[in-house]
Design a protein around this ligand. Structure first.
Ligand SMILES: [Fe+2]
Length: 153
């Protein structure tokens, strides 16, 4: 179970792209070996990481959305809150059942289908929004510059 990063997953915002890639790197280094069974501390370390990741990374992403007036912000924030609940559930399951194969499968699903899907669909939209806004600003500036030139003639 390896998480394969490719540059097609970049949303075009370097700070966020680095954090996304960091998730893949971490999972490949620490979670992939757990497929064959894991100690409690190893799974705990992964859940700790996901918890911190969903706090810090989501906060950064939400800040960027607010700053860029992203129209899908409240929906996106809801998705983030949902993932935090998933992570709390993983922790509760670890406390209750220990590092079972079921829990490992749940983590794999949470990251593989939730986070990776989220990056490829929802986060991608933020990237597009920022690029569009940038293009719009550039066009506006070019128009202003052209008008100024015309007024000077
Ligand atoms: Fe996100």
């Amino acid at each position: 179970m390896f998480y394969e990063w490719d540059d097609g997953m970049k949303i075009g915002y370097p700070e966020i792209d680095e954090q996304h890639k960091g998730l893949f790197d971490f999972m490949n280094e620490f979670f992939a070996p757990c497929a064959a069974g894991a100690e409690r501390e190893e799974i705990e370390k992964i859940i700790d990481y996901l918890e911190k990741y969903s706090q810090n990374h989501f906060t950064d992403e939400e800040r960027i959305q607010v700053e860029s007036n992203y129209p899908g912000y409240s929906q996106h924030k809801r998705y983030h809150e949902e993932f935090k609940i998933v992570v709390r559930g993983l922790r509760a399951d670890l406390e209750r059942m220990g590092p079972t194969p079921e829990l490992i499968a749940q983590i794999e699903m949470a990251v593989g289908s939730w986070l990776v899907d989220h990056i490829q669909t929802e986060d991608m939209k933020i990237g597009k929004h920022i690029r569009d806004a940038q293009k719009w600003r550039e066009e506006l500036e070019a128009m202003r510059a052209a008008n100024q030139l015309r007024d000077q003639e």
